[in-house]
Design a protein around this ligand. Structure first.
Ligand SMILES: Nc1ncnc2c1ncn2[C@@H]1O[C@H](COP(=O)(O)OP(=O)(O)O)[C@@H](O)[C@H]1O
Ligand SMILES: CC(=O)N[C@@H](CCC(=O)OP(=O)(O)O)C(=O)O
Length: 260
């Protein structure tokens, strides 16, 4: 039987508010067994860019990352955010190890190349991108890896990658060795049937429901790539995918995804 592994992803809406972030990290510290944290921080990165007089540009849920933007997001994600999270986890007894994909060559990305747009320094991940053995070794010596959304291409170039994609790719790669639960945690209680009604959480979404929800416009913006990544993970062997509020990870309100 495979050992259990829990992977949690937190987004910019939670990271942005220090009290919320610390509360989530306290809950995460209480999660038993081997675990991994993946963080984004898109909201704070956009705010920092605006303070520096640079207009953030997003397309289909991804940031168009020119050279200046790459400098800013590297400082913000791999520097400030990752190190603050690691230090806060150490303070609550979790021996966290902060990682970008370049550290230990743990995630190797390839520059996103699509015909219609130049995304700049954005990295895509494939099945071969994750060094699952390296991650397993960290887990086996009792470390809790904390991934930021900065990877590398193996030629010295850093690349910015959507954090939901990193979480799903890690979950898929590690599901060969572990029974993986993947938790997408954000500032709502799950996928909502009505975006202005916080209580309208859809308890279960199947692949067929997902197509209908997309068609009807009930899910939009960042929720589209999140669900795409979530179903991709399920199709490639991840046991369970849950979308939930970062401050109520033990609560009853949540969305569980299933293939059928
Ligand atoms: N039906 C829906 N239910 C919940 N959130 C939705 C829905 N449709 C769109 N969204 C939007 O998706 C966002 C979450 O995606 P994203 O911003 O990428 O999250 P994260 O904070 O995890 O990076 C929510 O803040 C919300 O504005
Ligand atoms: C290429 C790309 O879009 N990278 C993301 C990485 C951060 C992220 O995914 O943050 P959230 O999880 O908070 O949205 C970005 O720069 O916004």
């Amino acid at each position: 039987m495979k050992a259990a592994l829990k992977i949690y992803k937190i987004g910019g809406g939670i990271i942005d508010r220090v009290s919320d972030l610390l509360e989530f990290l306290r809950l995460f510290a209480n999660v038993s067994g081997p675990k991994i944290l993946v963080h984004g921080g898109g909201k704070g990165a956009s705010e920092m860019m605006a303070r520096l007089g640079i207009v953030p540009r997003m397309l289909h849920g991804r940031r168009i990352t020119d050279a200046v933007t790459l400098d800013i997001v590297t400082m913000f994600y791999a520097g400030k955010t990752n190190k603050q999270i690691v230090a806060a986890l150490q303070a609550v007894g979790v021996n966290a190890l902060g990682l970008s994909g370049a550290d230990g060559n743990v995630i190797l990305a390839t520059k996103r190349l699509v015909r219609e747009v130049d995304y700049g320094f954005v990295g895509d991940l494939s099945e071969e991108s994750i060094n699952a053995d390296m991650v397993r070794q960290f887990l086996e010596i009792g470390l809790t890896p904390v991934f930021c959304p900065i990877n590398h291409d193996g030629q010295g170039q850093l690349l910015n990658t959507n954090a939901d994609t990193i979480a799903a790719s890690l979950a898929k790669a590690l599901s060969k060795q572990y029974s993986v639960e993947l938790h997408f945690c954000f500032e709502k209680h799950g996928v909502l049937a009505d975006i202005i009604d916080e209580k309208s959480v859809i308890p279960t979404i199947t692949l067929a429901n997902y197509a209908e929800l997309k068609e009807s416009g009930i899910i939009a913006d960042g929720m589209l790539p999140k669900l795409e990544n979530a179903f991709d993970a399920l199709q490639f062997g991840v046991e369970k995918v849950i979308i939930e509020h970062a401050l109520y990870i033990d609560g009853a309100l949540k969305t569980t995804l299933c293939l059928n």
